[in-house]
Design a protein around this ligand. Structure first.
Ligand SMILES: Cc1cc2nc3c(=O)[nH]c(=O)nc-3n(C[C@H](O)[C@H](O)[C@H](O)COP(=O)(O)OP(=O)(O)OC[C@H]3O[C@@H](n4cnc5c(N)ncnc54)[C@H](O)[C@@H]3O)c2cc1C
Length: 490
């Protein structure tokens, strides 16, 4: 049943299947061939294009990111990959002119307090004066500096941590929308240790997040200025926008650059439009894996790296291989969301849209989670006098909204844009992009679940898992996990 090269004259060649051609699979393939001349890689992707969730489109003077629009640079993997493939000169920082974010409060967009990084308030004066919180809420937030540290080391939800240290208002009005925007998650379930481990670490090391933040600021002030790079560390409000980068021509250009590097290598074969349906142990050789493709002959490999969402990986991994592993993978839940990408005349808004975007607290009871002002974040994304918006809908807190058809979703997004920003005319265009079960939810206990998956994998030598489901949801995490799987396979 196989066409393995391993028992032919090329017996030294180590054959690896990489399943999934998103950024994780691409990174895994790139690392395999950059580390070994003896490896032969077959990258199997079910759709007709590479990049997975990453997708950029250009039309009518707009450059539209239909999936992710940037990556964080304080996790080094994405920058390092760009260096390795000669792509660094294409990277761009966010536009410093609009580096702030807004949060909805009683229907009005207000600035997120300056220096408020997810939940670390680095500017106490901005907290004391912000209209986002009541006076009692501001004082409660700042009293975090005197709240005793927790004595247990157990995992805890984001909501529990923030309520305990900063109070209910800070949770509902700031942290839930800021963090929820990243993870599209329910803060009552989101594991703090798996998503933002530095915050419980700050609590343990300094007794308080505020005190730890102040201590870090003192260190930063005393440090000599670093050489300039694409990373601009200047402070802003909301998420650390100064730490985000993208590609001048959109993130799909990064995918194309990796593809070009892979295609140059004689060690990689890329197959598009091939869906992997099952994995099996080959009877002839206990150490080899059979990869079953829909409507095709199975292929044999010495190792397999699966870079799919865990629900898809569990389907492929038949119960015959490891029912425990299959069940453990199914335990990781996913949320769905949609992005409405729309183009507008700036003059059609009462609001100047002079920020990177708006986050919407769940307590505001709106039908949108966030709006990213794309062409404010990065230059040349919309024609002069126009603006490109990306409005996020659904997530773990409002999955029912995604049961609507595209027209209904565009309709209620327009209603929200009218109500919040004073939009006076219909968008020039609007497109709904759905992400069904695409965002892994790192619920409390996630680290234990991942540890269990890792330990179960020891019983299936030659099989490796990578992607955003395990040790971080962003692009740099996905790249790092693809690289790690490649290193382990080698
Ligand atoms: C809406 C949204 C916005 C995001 N925004 C950001 C952001 O701004 N910044 C950031 O850092 N991160 C962001 N992320 C997260 C980031 O996009 C992901 O971490 C990353 O793209 C995951 O890449 P991946 O290769 O692991 O998965 P995917 O991109 O999902 O790739 C998996 C690939 O496997 C293929 N496949 C599936 N089943 C099979 C099969 N049976 N056989 C063969 N192939 C198969 C799929 O077609 C797909 O191409 C966002 C995520 C979402 C959903």
């Amino acid at each position: 049943m196989t066409e393995s090269a391993s028992n032919t004259t090329e017996s030294k060649t180590f054959r690896v299947a990489v399943i999934g051609g998103g950024i994780t699979g691409l990174a895994a393939a790139q690392r395999l061939v950059s580390r070994s001349n003896n490896v032969q890689v077959v990258l199997l992707e079910s759709s007709r294009r590479l990049g997975g969730i990453i997708r950029t489109e250009a039309a009518d003077g707009y450059l539209m990111e239909l999936g992710p629009d940037s990556f964080i640079t304080n996790k080094p993997a994405a920058l390092q990959l760009c260096e390795e493939i000669g792509f660094t000169d294409q990277l761009i920082p966010t536009d410093a002119g609009f580096r702030r974010s807004l949060v909805l409060r009683n229907g009005k967009p207000l600035p997120v307090p300056d220096g408020f990084m997810l939940m670390a308030p680095s500017n106490p004066w901005a907290i004391l004066t912000t209209p986002v919180l009541s006076i009692a809420g501001r004082l409660r937030l700042l009293s975090e500096a005197w709240i005793a540290r927790r004595t247990t080391d157990e995992d805890e939800s984001l909501a529990s941590f923030v309520r305990r240290r900063f109070g209910q208002q800070a949770l509902e009005r700031l942290v839930q929308p800021l963090v929820g925007g990243i993870y599209t998650a329910d803060p009552e379930k989101l594991s703090l240790k798996a998503t933002l481990p530095r915050f419980p670490e700050m609590e343990q090391s300094h007794g308080s997040v505020i005190r730890a933040t102040m201590a870090q600021q003192r260190i930063d002030r005393n440090r000599s200025p670093q050489s300039h790079s694409v990373v601009n560390e200047s402070s802003g409000s909301g998420a650390r926008y100064g730490l985000f980068a993208s590609a001048a021509g959109g993130l799909s250009d990064m995918v194309t650059a990796i593809e070009r590097t892979l295609r140059k290598s004689r060690q990689v074969e890329i197959q598009l439009g091939v869906e992997v349906t099952a994995l099996e142990r080959l009877p002839a050789s206990a150490s080899q894996w059979g990869v079953q493709l829909r409507d095709q002959r199975p292929m044999a490999f010495d190792a397999v790296i699966m870079t799919l969402p865990t629900h898809a990986a569990a389907r492929i991994l038949s119960a015959a291989i490891s029912p425990e592993l299959q069940a453990a993978l199914q335990e990781i839940e996913y949320a769905s969301s949609a992005i409405v990408v729309s183009g507008h005349r700036l003059s059609d808004f009462d609001h100047p849209l002079d920020a990177f975007g708006l986050v919407v607290p769940a307590i505001e009871k709106r039908k949108i989670m966030a709006v990213s002002f794309s062409s404010r974040k990065f230059p040349d994304r919309a024609p002069a006098g126009q603006i490109l918006l990306r409005t996020f809908v659904g997530g773990a807190l409002q999955p029912e909204l995604l049961h609507n058809d595209d027209e209904m979703i565009s309709g209620f997004v327009n209603d929200e844009l009218r109500s919040i920003f004073g939009m006076k005319a219909e968008p020039m265009f609007s497109e709904v992009i759905r992400y069904n079960n695409a965002m892994p939810q790192y619920h409390v206990g996630h680290l234990d679940r991942v540890a269990r998956i890792e330990s179960l994998l020891k019983n299936t030598p030659g099989l490796y898992l990578a992607g955003s489901a395990y040790t971080g949801v962003g692009i740099p995490d996905s790249i790092a996990s693809g690289w790690l799987a490649a290193e382990h396979a080698l």
